[in-house]
Design a protein around this ligand. Structure first.
Ligand SMILES: Cc1cc2nc3c(=O)[nH]c(=O)nc-3n(C[C@H](O)[C@H](O)[C@H](O)COP(=O)(O)OP(=O)(O)OC[C@H]3O[C@@H](n4cnc5c(N)ncnc54)[C@H](O)[C@@H]3O)c2cc1C
Ligand code: FES
Length: 349
């Protein structure tokens, strides 16, 4: 770690450079890094993921921006975010895997976008905002951010500067509980939560792509609102910083369109605990997406082969992986988010 920059009273950015000074792997704006952290009080390393918060145009470093979560009274273990805030200092060596994740945007396109964030969910959105500004394209962009007040608001000046320097980028900041010293028009633009009324007031319509990242109430509220407003599922993309079980029922949205990649047989996939059997359709990226469209909802979080939230027992059959998971699943189990059938399957979900 090269440099630590406080962004608010609770959020800090960490600038990371490679020890060997060789070029860093490139990333798509919106992707995240995965860390294996050896933290005090824990016998085994913990895995934590943090979105890249800078534009890839700064090829010489990676930046991540982390909120310090409250530490638990009943535990001596240091959590991932507390480890970064309290233990990691310039010169600390960190073990990190190359960027990954399927939540990203193409900054070279010119179609209108809305970047919606709540709290520390701003990190992938700032990366996207910076990349759009850096691209030099005239892309209509709305950056709408909700947070409690100036104590928690990270990168306030930066957001304003980006908007001031680009007439196609509009920034709107909404505080739910502004303090007396927070000035309307300077730190924030309106009071309340980011909701459908605000979107209707700010946006010319729904013919744009929506990117979302924020805490569960923010995500649940906005996903429902966007559907009510008639935004097609294919134009809504979101990142979750926790397991998908935090989302209310009916708020799961496909992140990627189906793509035919190669020919596969129509294997039979049985979801035994749900009592559902269906013929595998090779247009699906992975078993998780396939399951969701059959009305089976396995747990998931990263959808990128990292967290193992989507690990389920395979009672019969075998799978192939689209890409290598960070750590292999237990024998007899599979990560549904990054695998496809290699034979008929029985999955215990
Ligand atoms: C794709 C992705 C990208 C992410 N990007 C970012 C990012 O850019 N910035 C960022 O800050 N975070 C990000 N996160 C979240 C991050 O990975 C961690 O989940 C977060 O930092 C919390 O981890 P932790 O180890 O500090 O806390 P944990 O120990 O995992 O605890 C998580 C929460 O549960 C509570 N908790 C846990 N155990 C207890 C207990 N025993 N009693 C009471 N409460 C408890 C904690 O207070 C905390 O609020 C991202 C997550 C994902 C999946
Ligand atoms: S959802 Fe995280 S590994 Fe599959």
């Amino acid at each position: 770690m090269d440099k630590k920059v406080p962004e608010s009273q609770t959020i800090t950015s960490f600038y990371l450079i490679p020890e060997d000074r060789l070029p860093l792997p490139v990333y798509m704006v919106g992707q995240f890094l995965t860390f294996r952290l050896t933290t005090p009080g824990r016998p085994k390393p913990i895995i934590r993921t943090y979105s890249l918060s800078e534009c890839p145009c700064h090829a010489e470093y990676y930046r991540i921006t982390i909120k310090k979560e409250p530490s638990h009274q009943d535990s001596d273990n240091v959590s991932g975010s507390n480890y970064f805030h309290d233990v990691v200092e310039p010169g600390t060596r960190l073990q990190v895997a190359a960027p990954r994740g399927d939540f990203f945007l193409d900054p070279q396109k010119e179609s209108p976008i809305v970047l919606l964030s709540g709290g520390v969910g701003l990190t992938p959105m700032i990366s996207m905002l910076n990349a759009v500004a850096d691209s030099g394209k005239k892309r209509p962009t709305w950056f709408i951010h909700g947070t409690r007040n100036g104590v928690h608001h990270a990168m306030c000046k930066h957001m304003r500067q980006v908007a001031a320097g680009n007439e196609d980028i509009k920034v709107h900041i909404r505080y739910s509980q502004p303090r007396p010293e927070d000035i309307e028009g300077r730190e924030y633009d309106s009071v309340g939560h980011v909701d459908l009324d605000l979107l209707k007031a700010l946006l010319p319509g729904t013919d744009m792509e929506f990117f979302l990242c924020g805490p569960p109430p923010f995500m649940n509220g906005l996903l429902k609102s966007l559907w009510e407003w008639g935004v097609p599922e294919t134009r809504i993309r979101f990142e979750l910083f926790g397991p998908a079980t935090l989302l209310q029922e009916g708020t799961s949205v496909r992140r990627r369109k189906k793509e035919t990649t190669f020919e596969e047989k129509a294997y039979e996939v049985k979801f035994s605990a749900s009592g559902i059997t269906a013929k595998w359709d090779p247009e699906y990226e992975n078993l998780l997406e396939f399951a969701e469209d059959q009305g089976v909802f396995p747990d998931f979080s990263c959808r990128s082969g990292i967290c193992h939230t989507c690990q389920y027992k395979i009672s019969r059959g075998e799978v192939d992986y689209n890409f290598e998971p960070l750590d292999p699943p237990y024998p007899g189990q599979a990560l549904l988010c990054c695998s496809r059938p290699r034979s008929n399957l029985v999955i215990d979900v």
